[in-house]
Structure formats: C-alpha cells, structure tokens
Design a protein around this ligand. Sequence first.
Ligand SMILES: NC(=O)C1=CN([C@@H]2O[C@H](COP(=O)(O)OP(=O)(O)OC[C@H]3O[C@@H](n4cnc5c(N)ncnc54)[C@H](OP(=O)(O)O)[C@@H]3O)[C@@H](O)[C@H]2O)[C@@H](O)CC1
Ligand SMILES: [K+]
Length: 467
Amino acid sequence: MTLRIPPGTPVLTAQAMRDAEQACFDKGVAQGELMERAGAAVAQAALRFAMDRSILVLAGPGNNGGDAYVAARLLAERGHDVTVAALGGKRDGAAEEMRQRWTGNTVPLEQAEPRAVLIDGLFGTGMSRPIEGAVKAALHRLVAAAQFSLAIDLPSGLDTDSGGDMGAARVDVTVALGSLKPAHLLGYGLERCGHVLLADIGIPISPEVVKLARPRLTPPAPDAHKYSRGMVVVVEGEMPGASRLAARAALHGGAGYVLLAGTGSADAGPDALVHARVDDAKALHDLLDDARVGAVVIGPGLGRSEAARAKLEAVLAAPHPTVFDGDALTLLGEGATQCFAKRDAVSILTPHAGEFARMFGKNGRGKIERTRDAAADCGAVIVHKGPDTVIGGLTQLTVANAGTAWLSTAGTGDILAGLVGARLAVEGRCGVCHAVWLHGRAAELAGAAFAADRLIRHIPQAIEECL
Ligand SMILES: NC(=O)C1=CN([C@@H]2O[C@H](COP(=O)(O)OP(=O)(O)OC[C@H]3O[C@@H](n4cnc5c(N)ncnc54)[C@H](OP(=O)(O)O)[C@@H]3O)[C@@H](O)[C@H]2O)[C@@H](O)CC1
Ligand SMILES: [K+]
C-alpha cells in the first residue's frame, strides 16, 4: 500500500483500467485472485484506522461489492465486529463467489444501522448513472454517522473519468486499486475522496496519463552566461502590474535575462529586470527580431484593445517559443484553434476554465479528454489551469493538483505564465510541467493567505528542492 502517491503515478480512465485488468486475465490471472488482492488491500488500510471499533461494509451489485465482501471476510477473520449492508441479490462471477464466502451478519442497505467505521463498496469504476432515491439517502446517512469512512477504489457516486458528482458522499480515505483514476485528481473528486492511498494489486499498467512528478532540474552549466541561461521577453500590457508579476516570476524561475517590453519605466523593481520601451506593435516586432530570445510571454494584463491585438499579432508572427495567457487567449477566442494550428513556433497556452471554454467550447466530456483534443487540434501545449490542472500536448498527459487552495488569489496565474516562460527558455517544452510543479510547491512553501507577490519569493526555494 502506498501512503504517498509516488511521482509519475499512472492515471487510468475506467476503460483503460478495464483493458489493463483484461490483459491480466488474458495472462491467466483469475478474476477472483485480483478481487482477493483488492479486498486484502482494503482490509489492510481499514485495519490501520479501525482499531477495535465496529465496522459496516457497504457491498454493491458489481465487482466493487465483490471487493467489499473480501474485505469484510478478512476483517472478521481478524476478530473485528463486521456487518455487511448489501445492495441487490445474486451477482455475477467472482463477486457472487465472494458474496457466498461471506457468512457473517448481513442486512439490506436501506435498513442498515450506522457503525463507527464505514467501508464503502457500493460502486467503483462501473458507475453508469447518478445514485438516487433510497440508495443515495442510505449512503449519505451511513457515511455521515460514521466516525471514519473509507471508499473502495472510489467514493460511490463519482464519475471515474471526469470527477463529476453523481451523488457521492465525502469519505476520509479512498483506497485506489491498481492505479489512480482521473476522479482521484479532478473536479469533485478532489474533495470527496479525502486522503487517497494507492494499492498495487499486481496489474501491469502502461499509462497515457500521469500524475505530475517533482522534476529533476540541473543547475546552469559552468560556462553559462545570461543569454545561454535563457532570455525571456514579457510583453507589458494595459494593466502593467500583471505583466510585472510574470516578469518577476521569470527572473526567479531560473531565466538568465528577463526583459519587460512596454513603457520602459523602471520605477517598479526589481533592478535586475530590464525595461525596454515598446510603444506599438512595430516596435515589438523589431525587438523580437533577436535570435537570443528563448521565450516570450504575452497575455498577463495585456488588455483587449486594438493596440493589444496588434501586439499579439506581432508575437504570433515571431519565431520564438511563446506562452499565451489571459487576455491573449480571450482576444483569440474561438479563432484560437485555427491560429495556433498555423503557427510553426512552440505555443504554450495557459487558460483557466473560462478561457478554455471561450476558445474550445464546452461539452459534457471530462477535462482530460477536452484538454488532450484541444492540444492536438492546435498543435500546442495546453496548461488547463485549476485546482486540477491538466497539461496536454506533451508526450504524456499530466494531471497536477494545486499544492494548496491558497493559490486561488489574484496574480498567481500571471506568475505561472512567467514561470512557464522561464522554464521554456531554460529547458524547452519539458519545462512546462516543471513550471507547474514549481508553482504548486512555491505555494505550499508560502503558507496561508499569501499575496501573489510573496509567492515569487518561494520559487527559488522550490527550485533548490529539485537540484
Ligand atoms: N474487473 C475486475 O476484475 C476487478 C475490479 N475491481 C473492482 O471492481 C470495480 C468495478 O467493478 P464493476 O465494473 O463491476 O462496476 P461497479 O463499480 O462495481 O458497479 C457496477 C454495478 O453497479 C450498478 N450500477 C451502476 N450505477 C448504478 C446506480 N447509479 N445505481 C444503482 N446501480 C448502479 C451496475 O448496474 P448496471 O449499470 O449494469 O445496471 C452494476 O451492477 C472497481 O472499481 C474495483 O473496485 C477490483 O476488484 C480488481 C478486479
Ligand atoms: K466505492
């Protein structure tokens, strides 16, 4: 059982999990054997928390319920007072076998009395529709009354692939079986799963999606100079505070030279920031005619005027890897896909949910699929921001959970854009994921109720942890 989810842990959709399980069966592993391993992992986790308290195990009609019966049997064998609250009668295959092997106390779900410890094995990856009526009422009543609750694989009532809510109750601990699922990291799942533990039940996994890992960064080469370290141009906008935050984040994110292209006024520090006067799109075009530029950042505080649009056009036409954020994305709106598909240079887009919807529309699919498809259509890397950031367009889709909910404050997005620019200039496209990790870690280090300015100070400390 893994207590801390290790870096690069695979994240599998419900279908990918079923495929992985099937591959296991094809190699001769019996379904009952996997279910025994799953139930044993759940029992092991429950033992840690149950102490000598009585346990109620909710067992649903599918394989999640099969795992529940195994866990109930193993916990009873260890001397615990266990009752199963069952939903449905006869089952199929291994789940039915496990039901029959359970000889202890069983009551219908709706008539169950609360116990101190609750194990939720009603539904897992097979949730096909919202939980309703008496089943939902019983689930919520029993979870709320328990002193400690643990979900098998997923809290019942979570959509596996999107983390959408289909009637789930929040549990204290979730034991993910075989692999993480998107719902452990996305949407409502972030709150409903409680603390997530990962149980390896011996299913070989080849991941399409991974959980963001702490990067390994290298310090500058001995012969490095300010341009070889990575030169970043941040385009100043009509709200200069936002672009200054981005520029300062780029400076603290490891870039060798950061140039703020705008009013040219250096009255707001730090002094290491180079200010260039750029009055219009023509001047910006001329400034970008410089092969030393490693990355451009445009969007934070850019504004939405015609002058802003002209600057955006100049950046789009330049050959440099570029981070497009905030107003740059809003200005492009529905035209974004076409615009980026035409662009040869590396484009990194950092939309939040609203900007993403304005560019790519809204539909019922999950965040992972929508990000993956938009990145493919654009030929760009997309950092789809939120408490559950999804990064698409690199070799592997990556999901990152915000280091802390305190990140939800004005200016932190501008800082991320600058940091992505820095890591892009220093390391190329792989630096995008590194920037997202550093941003989350800096937030953890910044503690409670920080203002965005203070977040920047912690970026070097986060980098140091990766050297
Ligand atoms: N595959 C394996 O060997 C292994 C799988 N493992 C475990 O299996 C879990 C996946 O199992 P699963 O596919 O059987 O789905 P599961 O989540 O139990 O639910 C399906 C049942 O619920 C029903 N149902 C759905 N929604 C409903 C609703 N709203 N209200 C009422 N009923 C509803 C649905 O009915 P139907 O939609 O068919 O009408 C069906 O009867 C996985 O999470 C892991 O725990 C591990 O043991 C490792 C080995
Ligand atoms: K469950």
